[in-house]
Design a protein around this ligand. Structure first.
Ligand code: NAP
Length: 300
């Protein structure tokens, strides 16, 4: 049997980690990014770069994408020369970004009309988690499409939750990120509270990790919180995007999300303060400033 072939579209933090993971697992990988320079390191590692989006189908029948937002999704999938228009019949589209059910639904309809498999597969984790093959995959789509995608997804995530046949995975992912945002805000609040009361951060985080509130999230954020590092695995701007999407879904579902509304305002204020490109845990320096306390990083 020949090597499994896959295309990866969107070579930002997550897409680059995905392409590298698939290469490490022995797949033949074709990559495409709007700004092609992002492909250079991956080509050196053995990937083939497609000069145009439609060319990804020369090397693969399965394309996996990690794109910033609804606008990027719509351009890449539904634009002229985009993935839906150019895909060969029976091709498999595995869309892994965090986007709205509305934008994803439009892609689903176009893909179905062309006889393509469309799998929504937003993920929980970050580039490091992806590189370790430990992503949590939240999947929706019809059984045949999910079955077709499964051998590829098994290379990146040991946990695959098939939660429905349509846009359910998009909603579940937004719900998870609403929890993530509230947890990040609570970490910021409790670190600020305990430090203001003279408890060293390392002591508090140690107690938290050992408490009923200890979680993978608290554990993986601990080293950067101790080192006051704010380089992004997932930016504050992306978190704000997800909170706004969650609010839209909540409005359509008539599901009150009062905590999410407050965290959205705090994330907006953090972005306005210039923290949008930093890691989303930059909710902490924003709160430190509100508290009139020394901030982990200089703020204007
Ligand atoms: N980072 C995480 O920890 C994490 C975890 C779970 C889920 N996610 C989700 O995964 C997705 C990607 O996140 P990321 O952190 O990898 O983001 P990122 O580093 O900002 O990468 C965004 C990607 O989208 C592409 N893009 C943006 N606008 C585009 C457009 N109009 N047309 C074509 N391509 C466009 C960018 O291409 P250019 O290079 O050309 O700009 C880049 O490849 C997001 O939906 C995010 O919410 C991220």
């Amino acid at each position: 049997m020949g090597r499994m072939e896959a295309a990866v579209v969107g070579l930002g933090k997550m897409g680059s980690a995905l392409a590298r993971r698939l290469l490490d697992r022995g797949l033949a990988v074709t990559v495409y990014n709007r700004h092609p320079e992002a492909a250079a390191d991956l080509v050196r590692a053995g990937a083939s770069a497609a000069p145009r989006l439609a060319d990804v189908w020369l090397g693969a029948r399965v394309a996996m994408s990690f794109l910033a937002d609804d606008e990027a999704l719509t351009q890449v999938y539904l634009g002229s020369g985009g993935l839906v228009e150019s895909a060969p019949q029976g091709a498999v589209l595995v869309e892994m970004s965090t986007v709205s059910p509305v934008a994803s639904g439009a892609v689903a309809r176009a893909a179905t009309q062309r006889g393509l498999h469309y799998v929504r597969c937003p993920v929980s984790g970050n580039p490091g988690v992806l590189s370790a093959g430990e992503l949590t995959l939240i999947v929706s789509g019809d059984d045949a499409s999910v079955q077709a995608a499964r051998p590829y997804l098994e290379h990146v995530g040991p946990r695959l939750y098939h939660v429905g046949s349509q846009e359910e995975a998009r909603v579940v992912k937004l719900a998870v990120n609403a929890m993530l945002a509230a947890s990040a805000q609570m970490l910021a609040e409790t670190i600020t509270l305990t430090e203001a009361s003279g408890v060293p951060r390392a002591v508090f985080l140690d107690v938290l990790a050992g408490s009923a509130m200890g979680s993978p999230f608290v554990r993986y954020k601990t080293p950067s919180l101790l080192e006051r590092r704010y380089d992004a695995t997932f930016t504050t701007a992306m978190l704000l995007k997800d909170l706004r999407l969650a609010e839209d879904v909540a409005a359509s579902a008539r599901a009150p999300m009062p905590v999410t509304e407050v965290v959205t305002q705090l994330a907006e204020a953090s972005c306005d303060e210039g923290l949008g490109d930093l890691d989303f845990i930059a909710l902490l320096p924003h709160l430190q400033k509100l508290a009139g306390r020394p901030t982990d990083i200089p703020l204007s």
